[in-house]
Structures are given as C-alpha cells and as structure tokens.
Design a protein. Structure first.
Length: 160
C-alpha cells in the first residue's frame, strides 16, 4: 500500500514538473484573447437575443403545408397545437385525425407505416397503432412559424 502511494506521488510530482516546463517554454507567446477562442468571435455579453417569432395559429386544414426541408425530414405541423398538447402516455390527440385509415388527398396526412413498427423490440411486426418510440409526435414534428433564419443556410436537396 505504501509502495503504491509513493509511486502515485512520484508520478504526480513528475507530471507537475513537466507541465511547468512545457508552459514556461511555451509562455513566450502572448495569451490568446477570449474573442479568438472557439467559434464565437464576440464576447458572450455582446450577444443579442434572437428576433421573436410566432407559431401558426391556424386551425387544422386552414393552412398550406410547407415543403419538407429534405428527403425524409419530418413534415412541419401546419396548424396550431392548442388543444393537442400535451401528449401523454395515455392520450395523443394527433391520432384522432392522422390515424383514420383514409388516404383521401383532402384528408390530413396519415401516420406512415414506419411509425407502426417498433424498430427496437419487434422490427418485423406492424401494429394497429403508433409504436411507443413514435408516440410523442412533437419530438420530431414542430409547428410552422415565421422565425427568421439565425444562420445563413445554402443547403439544398438533389433532384428536387
């Protein structure tokens, strides 16, 4: 036990001496200012709050659907979420309209088959209702808003 303690103390002392030697020789250059560290090029206190935005207040069926950001992206919710949230373990009001089993173009889009499969526990079984991991719609789907882009974006999908 005493031998281990002596080894640990010796290694720590050697590391401390090496640390001092490295930083004394490297200390010839001036320190890097905070504004030049990381991706932020301004002081944190200089940040302004982003512009405010509003979520859509349209009733279901009253708003035009926006295109998806990319292939496979979850579609945006084109209506207000008032009265639809919170989604709890026993209630998901989204499914009242989106799991009716109809495919009429005038009807709301239906929950895709992929959402009826529990990819972790039973990937070959298609359920009658949404699988547990897909139950909370607002984990992926968000309401439309008039929020401005906070960062410039030139992303574009191919072939669209």
């Amino acid at each position: 036990m005493m031998r281990k303690l002596i080894v640990v103390v010796s290694v720590s002392a050697a590391a401390a001496v090496a640390f001092q030697v490295v930083f004394r020789t490297a200390g010839s250059s001036p320190p890097i200012p905070d504004q030049e560290l990381g991706l932020r090029k301004t002081a944190l206190a200089d940040d302004r709050a982003p512009a405010t935005y509003t979520l859509t207040d349209a009733a279901p069926g009253d708003n035009q659907r926006m295109p998806r950001a990319y292939d496979g992206a979850p579609p945006l919710i084109p209506h207000s979420l008032d009265g639809f949230t919170p989604i709890t373990s026993s209630e998901n009001t989204c499914l009242l309209c989106h799991q009716t089993g109809t495919a009429d173009a005038a009807d709301p889009p239906q929950v895709p088959v992929s959402h009826m499969t529990d990819l972790r526990n039973a990937p070959t079984v298609q359920r009658e209702t949404v699988a547990g991991a897909r139950w909370n719609c607002t984990a992926c789907h968000v309401p439309q808003s008039n929020a401005p882009l906070l960062v410039a974006n030139t992303f574009a999908t191919k072939g669209k």
